[in-house]
Design a protein around this ligand. Structure first.
Ligand SMILES: *Cc1c(COP(=O)(O)O)cnc(C)c1O
Length: 402
């Protein structure tokens, strides 16, 4: 390919499931000289930041902020409520459930994994049976992933709460909302979630670097019973800091705080329910396009039933080596980066090249999604990948209806 034939010059578009597209407003807010950490705006900002991120999680309870990514808040959340010798139940619907279970194991916790495969949500009846069998209440927490970013399945968290209540089981309900928060509707308090966590680089639209653990009084009571919690991971001083340094157990993530302030302002100016609706419509535009492409040929959505699909990420199947070929074409020819498949097959398996994902989380709008789909359509044509017709019209119809 020569430079002349490339249509990649122009603004690039990273359509992967995190990090997501960063708004210019967020980047501008971060671009400043190192602020004073002893007094002034940065310190005054902290209570408002925590209040406004709680509004995104729809909780009136507590929140602790951590410098770190999603893996950091996985560990932070576990470290406050379980320890060596404890057991947790992990109904897993993809790579992230299994990985979180692995992290629990690495902390000396026994993780009972119920594996629901890679194309289905958790089966709540099987979860109910497992909880009913745990008469001694050895399971201290149920670890659920709201949206598993590898499979793009969206799990029924309110339903999982009902299962715990029906079994009269005291295990904490802990939910990974790293992919979903600020994209797919999530209601921490109304759904009875005890601990939820997210990181800033997906629906929150801030470069990777900070995460949040939300916890209610039941979870705080469990924390109080713990024999020990590392002073770094302990959520108590972070959530109820007496001095500024305690919010972060050390130096504050200065630039991130400004970026987050701006991102939260954008989210609340739009309204969180409108944010959810925007993701819903844009996801539907993607679904109808993908369904049209799949009418003939190998293109397939990983999650067949719409009710079980995330509004933030879409996992796709496109017979090896087409998926990799399409990704490479859009990246090099038109400046559009699509996500790699994750956790479907081993990376040295030739079939690895038959999976890819689209991120549509955070700062995305109608014209970007039409551009994403139009770019994919061009790639399918350029590479002679068999596909059904009418994808872009179908997507346009959804966008037109709003
Ligand atoms: C992205 C993601 C993670 C991991 O986050 P990192 O920031 O990469 O550590 C965990 N769970 C889910 C559901 C995710 O989408």
């Amino acid at each position: 390919m020569t430079t002349e034939t490339s249509l990649a010059h122009g603004r690039s578009y990273l359509a992967i499931p995190g990090p997501s597209v960063m708004p210019d407003e967020v980047l501008r807010a971060m671009h400043r000289a190192a602020p004073n950490i002893y007094s002034g705006a940065l310190i005054d900002m902290m209570p408002g930041l925590l209040a406004d991120v709680r509004r995104v999680a729809r909780t009136k309870h507590h929140v602790a902020m951590y410098i770190g990514n999603g893996h950091a808040v996985w560990e932070a959340s576990l470290a406050n409520v379980v320890g060596p010798g404890d057991s947790v139940l992990v109904p897993s619907t993809g790579h992230f459930g299994t990985s979180w279970a692995g992290m629990a194991e690495s902390l000396g916790v026994t993780a009972h994994v119920l594996d629901f495969g890679k194309r289905a949500p958790m089966d709540l009846e099987r979860v109910a049976d497992t909880l009913a069998a745990d008469k001694a209440h050895e399971i201290k927490a149920v670890l659920a992933v709201h949206v598993d970013t590898s499979t793009s399945v969206r799990n029924d968290i309110a339903g999982l709460r009902q299962v715990l209540d029906a079994a009269d089981h005291p295990a904490l309900l802990m939910v990974d909302c790293i992919a979903s928060m600020g994209c797919d509707a999530f209601e921490m308090d109304a759904w009875g979630v005890d601990v939820a966590m997210t990181a800033c680089q997906k629906g929150l639209m801030v470069p990777p670097g900070v995460g949040f653990v939300f916890f209610n009084d039941r979870a705080a009571a469990r924390r109080a019973e713990m024999a020990r919690v590392s002073s770094y991971w302990d959520w108590t001083p972070r959530a109820h800091a007496d001095s500024f340094w305690q919010y972060h157990c050390g130096t504050a993530p200065t630039q991130h705080m400004y970026g987050l302030r701006t991102a939260l302002d954008m989210i609340h100016a739009e309204g969180i329910e409108n944010v959810w609706h925007r993701h819903e419509v844009l996801a539907e535009a993607i679904w109808v396009a993908c369904e049209a492409w799949g009418k003939t040929g190998p293109f397939e959505l990983n999650i067949i039933e719409r009710a079980h699909r995330s509004r933030a990420v879409t996992a796709l199947r496109l017979q090896a080596p087409y998926a990799t070929a399409l990704r490479e074409w859009t990246q090099s020819r038109i400046g559009l980066t699509l996500g790699i498949g994750l956790g479907m097959v081993a990376s040295d398996d030739p079939n690895w090249h038959g999976f890819f994902r689209l991120g549509h989380m955070g700062h995305v709008n109608g014209q970007m999604i039409m551009g994403l789909l139009g770019g994919m359509q061009a790639g399918l044509r350029a590479l002679d990948i068999p596909h059904g017709e009418g994808a872009l019209d179908a997507a346009a119809e959804v966008i037109a209806r709003g």
